[in-house]
Ligand binder design. Structure first.
Ligand code: ADQ
Length: 727
């Protein structure tokens, strides 16, 4: 089916939304559990989409749900599926790893972060649980849409269970630069989790660029900065900037309808925030204090009204912040207050949207000064509510919102003097200028409202699947030129899955003429030594490749032969030839449904590629049992279980043997090493060579790897060999 056809079908199908919290708050009453929709743009924007197409919203309900209790709100046209979490899980996954580690790290405040492996383990488990619930709900869905930093690993397991399902992610907070993100002990895991998606959305382009830097530098992924694409193994992920908007019409009408207060005796500067250290509340108070110092004409004429909604009070930093703010308010008021005027009015509580809208409308200045903020919706709500005499928005240039809200007075929130000047300018701004700025801001927010955001995200999420253009010489030059320079090159290549695609039967795996030419070109160079390192028997791999200039390692390096080194057979192998024959006998009971045994002298491989998926697990488990009982090591390979003698020898040890024999103990000073493989058994070599060589893992992005980079498929390996052959 054509891709565009497919995407229009996808776009009609139900959606599964996954977020930390459900879009309702629940309360246990005598009549059972009662629910109330949570206020907020995201809920009101996604609700109608879910109602129209059907679907499920998955999240943590925020209260303990007992066995058999129903929580789906009555009359709702979409399903609610709770993920139940214990107190311990909430503590470690939510208050811990999410709010004490990821929140400060993502806001580029590593000094506030703490790193605890137990919390990480719980984060992993809880993310997996969210994934399991999503998979159970998503059979019919055209899209699974996961939200925010609490669930960055969840896509991993969804992708494993549903390789073809459309899977998208939106990050509501900033994505920090590489130098900050890599401080996280689990940076690679988190990046890999996100890359299981087809689309990752950020508020602004610079966050997407930071993400591209991270996946390129930490994971060795290939990125296209123009097209905003990431290729990681066999998967391509699109990234993009989707600046979130608000329910503009709702705020505008709330502001128009709210009862008017009597004319104020003073001007009002308004701050509205969750009480969070990223919001820059102390800095804002200090800037206001500086204004009163510098411009005494504003004393007794201006009030700073700060509405702060309590937040995350389980976290010590937030309690400390509350104390700090109380103290600053006390100091400033103590210093400047007169008998009938206090400069700061500080309300520590939540406001209804109606009261909030009235406060926005009646303010002369909206003071939005976060130290870092993914977007910041308060700035947008303030703008939407300027229905009468418009107030002036002062906005931190460190908020995502500043990317588009250019007509605001932009400030650096840590520059106290600069912010004080901006407040003075706002308080004294002419009506004409206020109207010009406000109407430009309002027009944009009206157009780019939350519905437009949902539309554009969904269009991208179900649109045609993207892929990067094929590898060019430029890619390999960037990766390898500085590394190889003019050194001699030792090139190690796995065979099956690396030089030719995996086949049902190993005898069908042949080099294509183009691959053979690329390989021969490398082998013909005087400054390049090529070794094929395979799980096949030595004789087999040598005859199938058939180029005598190459070295060969068979049985994962237990036997080796090639120019420049004496033939090698591991000394313990003689003991295993007979035992391997006996093991082959024992395994015969598993030669069913097309599964078969490849005898390779001292080792053997049990192949189960032809076996139907649902029968594989039992066979593999039994194969492991039989192999282990026979005193061999059972190792999983691609649709196969290898039986290897437990003699502490693997591809890593074999590579080291070749390098030392051929080039001497100080080989790393005289040559450069490149290793390419696709298999679990190549991981031993990747680990051994970490920091010593350039390593590439071919194929699926799902399996973690110790290799420095990934290549999507055998064609990319051919492109690499072609480049190496003519470098
Ligand atoms: P938040 O950090 O919560 O959101 P923000 O975007 O400003 O920050 O949203 C706050 C919301 O809470 C606003 O809708 C506001 O009206 C409401 N609110 C604040 N104080 C309140 C009070 N006292 N009473 C009632 N309501 C109050 C995260 C990211 C942001 C990103 C959003 C959405 O940190 O950068 O913009 O998600 O993606």
């Amino acid at each position: 089916m054509a891709e565009s056809n497919q995407s229009s079908i996808v776009s009609q199908r139900p959606i599964v939304v996954v977020s930390n919290r459900l879009p309702f708050s629940f309360q246990r009453t005598t009549k059972g559990i009662e629910s109330r929709p949570s206020p907020g743009g995201l809920v009101s924007a996604l609700g109608p989409v879910l109602r129209k197409r059907g679907g499920t919203w998955i999240g943590w309900p925020g209260i303990e749900i007992r066995e058999g209790e129903q929580i789906s709100p009555r009359g709702e046209a979409y399903r609610i599926s709770p993920v139940l979490l214990s107190d311990m899980e909430i503590n470690r996954y939510y208050h811990g790893l999410s709010n004490r580690t990821l929140w400060p790290m993502m806001h580029s405040m590593p000094g506030r972060a703490r790193f605890d492996h137990r919390e990480w383990d719980t984060y992993v488990r809880v993310n997996q649980r969210f994934a399991e619930v999503a998979v159970a709900e998503a059979a019919e869905a055209g899209l699974i849409w996961v939200h925010d930093y609490q669930l960055m690993l969840t896509p991993t397991w969804i992708r494993q269970a549903m390789p073809d399902k459309r899977l998208a992610f939106f990050i509501h907070i900033p994505f920090p630069p590489y130098d900050v993100f890599r401080v996280l002990p689990w940076d690679r895991e988190l990046l890999r989790g996100l890359l299981a998606c087809d689309l990752i959305g950020f508020h602004v382009r610079s966050y997407a660029q930071n993400f591209l830097d991270c996946v390129e530098r930490s994971l060795g992924a290939r990125v296209d900065r123009e097209a905003l694409l990431v290729e990681y193994g066999d998967r391509t992920t699109r990234v993009g900037a989707f600046p979130l908007g608000i329910e503009f019409a709702l705020f505008e009408s709330l502001a128009s309808e709210a009862p008017k207060a009597r004319p104020a005796e003073h001007k009002t500067i308004l701050g509205v925030d969750r009480l969070d250290y990223t919001k820059g509340i102390p800095e804002r108070f200090h800037a206001f204090e500086r204004l009163l110092e510098r411009y005494p004409q504003h004393r007794e004429k201006v009030v700073l009204l700060q509405i702060a909604v309590p937040s995350r009070s389980q976290v010590a930093e937030y309690r400390a912040l509350k104390r700090e703010i109380d103290e600053i308010v006390g100091n400033v008021n103590g210093r400047f207050a007169t008998a009938d005027w206090s400069p700061i009015r500080y309300l520590y509580r939540s406001f209804s949207q109606q009261r909030l809208a009235a406060a926005y409308r009646d303010a002369d200045v909206g003071l939005v000064t976060p130290l870092r903020d993914g977007m910041n919706l308060v700035a947008k709500e303030f703008v939407a509510c300027q229905v009468d005499d418009p107030g002036v928005l002062i906005l931190s240039r460190l908020a995502g919102a500043a990317d588009t809200m250019r007509e605001a007075l932009l400030v650096n929130p840590v520059d106290i003097d600069g912010t004080a000047e901006a407040i003075h300018r706002a308080l004294t701004m002419s009506e004409e200028e206020r109207i010009s700025r406000s109407s430009a801001l309002r027009r944009r927010e009206q157009r780019d409202n939350v519905d437009a955001w949902v539309d554009s995200f969904l269009r991208s999420a179900v649109g045609a699947r993207a892929s990067l253009s094929p590898f060019t010489d430029k890619d390999f030059s960037a990766w390898l030129s500085d590394f190889i320079e003019s050194y001699r090159l030792a090139l190690f290549l796995d065979y099956d899955g690396t030089l030719c695609p995996l086949q049902d039967h190993p005898s069908q795996a042949r080099l294509t003429p183009r691959m053979r030419r690329a390989l021969d070109a490398c082998a013909e160079r005087d400054d390049t030594d090529v070794a094929i390192i395979s799980g096949r028997a030595l004789r087999d791999v040598r005859s199938i490749v058939g180029n005598e200039r190459l070295s060969y390692a068979g049985n994962h390096g237990l036997e080796m032969s090639g120019p420049g080194m004496p033939d090698f057979t591991h000394e313990d192998l003689v003991h295993y030839r007979v035992r391997a024959e006996e093991l082959a006998e024992d395994l015969k009971e598993l030669s069913v449904d097309g599964a078969w045994i490849e005898a390779k002298g001292p080792t053997l491989t049990y192949h189960y590629r032809p076996v139907p998926d649902n029968l594989r697990r039992a066979l593999v488990e039994r194969a492991h049992e039989i192999i282990n009982q026979a005193g061999y090591q059972a190792c999983d390979a691609q649709c196969a279980v290898e039986a290897r003698p437990p003699i502490g020898w693997d591809k890593g040890r074999a590579v080291l043997h070749v390098l030392r024999t051929r080039y001497g103990p100080s080989w790393s000073e005289s040559i450069r090493v490149v290793y390419v493989g696709d298999d679990q058994t190549d991981e031993d070599a990747f680990r051994f060579l970490a920091g010593l060589a350039m390593t590439f893992r071919v194929g699926s992005a799902d399996t973690p790897t110790a290799a420095g980079r990934r290549l999507p498929d055998v064609d990319a390996v051919r492109a690499l060999l072609t480049w190496l052959g003519r470098r």
